[in-house]
Design a protein around this ligand. Sequence first.
Ligand code: RIB
Ligand code: CA
Length: 315
Amino acid sequence: MNKKVIIDCDVGVDDALALFLAFSSPELEVLGVTGVNGNVSLPKVMKNIEKVLTLIRPSNRPWVARGADRPLQGDPAHAESLHGEDGLGGVQIPPEEAARWGQVFLGPAEDLIIEMARRYPAQITLIAIGPLTNLALALQKDPEAMRQWNHVVVMGGAVRTSGNITPHAEFNFYVDPSAAKQVLESTLPIILVPLDATHQVPLTPEVMEERVRPLGNAFAQFVVQTTGYESRGGHFRGGRKAFYLHDPLAVGAVIDPALVRKEKLSLSVEVKEGEFYGKSYEVPGGEENTEVCLGVDREKFLNLFLDRLGSCPLK
Ligand code: RIB
Ligand code: CA
């Protein structure tokens, strides 16, 4: 029986790979994709969602909704040095009319998030792989509806490890700490997939040479181009020695929950400006209501990711 999901994303490269994984997995039925400011600006995120859906060509034409173009507090921050100026490493994909491969939702993303929770009470999972602005807006607008989500799987935070945008903060929480705090302190059934887990699943030059390139298909080419992988130097965009599969792991944890080892913790997020801005931290004596993925079966996840995408019928 497949699981109904909505994916809230800031397409970027790993978001795109997460969408490919979700749409090519029979365990999931992706009913909608919502965009939020994050890796790149919202207009680029929405363009990238169109591009990725054009490559995937989903037969069920999922809803596509436009979300927040800025965080609840502070100015938009982006990560173009990692994802490229357009958010997909400059890969050339003609963005066909979104209506062709997705149904354009006329309201804001938070309304689609609320509507789906009401339509499928306790039957649908929200996978949030960008800053949590849309989720916070939905919580503010209709907290009772939001409690209907069966699970809310969030890629974000750095619990017992260092950050990736500052020494203390992970990018999604750093972009909108206020939203992250509101979501983590809500009564939503959250499964958090933090850097503690996603840093265990890097694409490395070895994986690229031994597992990705040999696929010899459009997906392999997409991964090489969007990550900026260079065989000669054995590095990714910006000279990086690894490209982490943050968002695909969040999707993987929904496809096969046995992939991750979870602990229940009480978490919050620093919202004060300063060195620790956006840092996620354990609340001593707090109610331990967040399931936090701290362990990953790395080989099992990589096999799932590469098997599914190796057979992904990219156009
Ligand atoms: O810190 C990694 C997260 O921030 C990923 O979701 C990546 O796509 C960016 O949104
Ligand atoms: Ca993301």
